[in-house]
Design a protein around this ligand. Structure first.
Ligand SMILES: Cc1cc2nc3c(=O)[nH]c(=O)nc-3n(C[C@H](O)[C@H](O)[C@H](O)COP(=O)(O)OP(=O)(O)OC[C@H]3O[C@@H](n4cnc5c(N)ncnc54)[C@H](O)[C@@H]3O)c2cc1C
Length: 495
């Protein structure tokens, strides 16, 4: 069977793929095809309908990305996602992390003073990470830094909850499982460079409207270059061509491919490569971690809302299990969806795997038991709607977003990022600075589109990779060849 031919096959229509094809288009390369597993563009920016409003119509809730993280300051650099959020008029509200009520097994219990204690230790970790980076020292775990900074939660449930809120809730992994150096880099490049604000998006058209908007700047409605419902199964490559085979038996031949599949998809062999990827590339893929972040949504009868709706966040300290239904968010709050009766709780990592493996009924029973512990003297009704996604079970995502384990280097990451001949790789996971965030996908998409456009125009510059890894990164290696574009010590946006 003859394969459909194109110059560039863009694999995946998440933010990275849509930005990559936009860059190709801007370089006047219009001969590309975008192949996408799902029936719409947007990837991990994904919503569903949930519950009912007063008129009986469903609400839209975000299952994946929910915040614009790090906005911008006047005169300072702007987060490109914040610019797009404004361009496409996304409905959003500032998340006020000081609007938090804390709970233990005896109900509301104020332990917010522990937040300051954690932040004192965090200041130590920041400084230590700075030494590691500027002196070319060995990276360690974030836990090691926190302990040296005097933060030792041990068996203190409240401290464990505070640590989870301050760390796991962002990285989807514990401090033990995370790089000290690169967790700080990741925080600084977004929140010190742009600004320390997070705005929660609850646009009823869905957050992915901005990605569709970006696509519409170069794709016509029903553009024949966008192939939805197309599941890639194999990527074959040699010195002159790439061939893509799909589950429906169709195939594409291209001069170049841009693979934007998530780290989880690459790690789980959902897509095979012929020949198998070289060892250095496989090492890059297996070294980094794919996290899972699960939001569990409940809607209660609006006349029986039992929590204090003046708070945005509720933090529960479970006495035995760290990360057991710890952070609750109220959407029934001023500036969000008042009167909605919607509350959601987030779990990550091993707790996510656990709830993914059990039935909705089992999870609901656990969630309700926790709520009844948090509000011991209150009658709590059963919810009228209940829903959560199972991210690791989605063959097109296999988790939520990537993280760097302890002891990592920029060179290890460059092996995850670098092209293998005519196959280029990009996604949130290929950004060494903004990994996990939408801005990572945006910038890496643009970058890879420009790089492949140069190839098509006969000026190809392959990306560097490293056959031998030596365990540390020397200061001069923090350069664009390794994907490093801004200093992680910029402080435009922090007060
Ligand atoms: C639960 C959750 C919460 C998050 N919260 C935030 C947040 O608040 N703020 C923030 O900035 N970021 C957040 N993120 C991260 C953000 O969503 C990602 O960084 C970003 O969407 C990644 O874009 P991408 O294009 O790199 O990957 P993706 O969006 O995964 O795009 C890859 C595309 O490839 C397609 N694909 C995969 N396999 C195949 C195949 N075999 N064949 C064809 N197509 C395939 C997929 O369907 C997908 O559309 C969150 C993510 C999750 C999951």
């Amino acid at each position: 069977q003859a394969c459909r031919e194109t110059k560039v096959a863009v694999l995946g229509a998440g933010l990275t793929g849509i930005e990559a094809a936009k860059s190709l288009s801007e370089a006047n390369i219009k001969d590309f095809l975008i192949l996408e597993y799902n029936d719409e563009i947007g990837g991990r920016v994904k919503h569903t309908t949930f519950g009912k409003n007063a008129e009986g119509n469903p609400y839209t809730i975000e299952l994946g990305a929910n915040w614009v993280q790090g906005l911008g300051t006047p005169g300072g650099p702007q987060n490109p996602i914040w610019i797009l959020a404004q361009r496409y008029n996304l409905t959003n509200t500032y998340s006020d992390y000081s609007s938090i009520e804390t709970f233990s097994t005896t109900g509301a219990t104020n332990f917010t003073e522990l937040l300051d204690e954690f932040e004192d230790a965090y200041a130590y970790v920041e400084q230590d990470a700075g030494y590691i980076l500027t002196e070319g020292l060995q990276d360690r775990s974030f836990r090691s830094g926190l302990s040296l900074g005097g933060w030792k939660p041990m068996h203190d449930a409240a401290k464990q909850a505070v640590e989870w809120w301050e760390f796991d809730w962002e990285y989807a992994f514990s401090p033990d499982q995370s790089s000290q150096e690169f967790a700080i880099v990741n925080y600084n490049t977004t929140f010190y460079q742009f600004s320390d604000g997070n705005n929660y998006v609850f646009d009823q058209r869905g957050f992915n409207i901005f990605i569709k908007g970006e696509a519409s700047t170069y794709l016509t409605p029903n553009d024949s270059r966008l192939l939805l419902n197309t599941v890639v199964t194999n990527i074959a490559y040699n010195d002159s061509k790439v061939r893509i085979d799909n589950a429906d038996g169709s195939c594409i031949t291209a001069d170049y491919a841009i693979c934007t599949f998530s780290l989880g998809v690459l790690q789980n062999d959902d897509v095979s490569f012929t020949p198998p990827l070289p060892l250095w590339k496989q090492q890059g893929i297996t070294t980094f971690d794919m996290g899972t972040y699960t939001k569990i949504f409940l809607q209660f009868p609006t006349n029986q809302v039992f929590w204090d709706t003046s708070y945005q966040f509720l933090l529960y300290a479970d006495p035995t299990t760290r990360g057991y239904y710890p952070v609750w968010q109220s959407l029934d709050a001023e500036g969000f969806l008042p009167g909605s009766g919607i509350l959601f709780v987030t779990v990550v990592d091993d707790q996510s795997y656990r709830v993914e493996a059990q039935s909705d009924e089992q999870t609901l029973a656990e969630v309700m038991a926790v709520l009844r512990t948090m509000y011991p003297n209150t009658t709590i009704p059963e919810p009228t709607a209940f829903y959560y996604p199972r991210w690791t079970q989605e063959p097109w995502a296999r988790g939520s977003y990537s993280n760097w384990p302890p002891g990592t280097t920029l060179q290890m990451h460059q092996n995850l990022r670098a092209n293998v001949g005519r196959v280029w790789f990009a996604g949130e996971h290929t950004s060494p600075e903004y990994f996990g965030f939408l801005q990572a996908a945006y910038m890496e998409g643009q970058e890879v589109g420009q790089a492949v456009a140069r190839c098509v125009l006969g000026q190809c510059v392959p990306e560097v990779h490293y056959e031998d890894l030596r365990g540390t990164t020397q200061p001069g290696d923090y350069n664009p060849a390794n994907g490093w574009t801004v200093s992680s010590f910029l402080t435009y946006g922090f007060d």
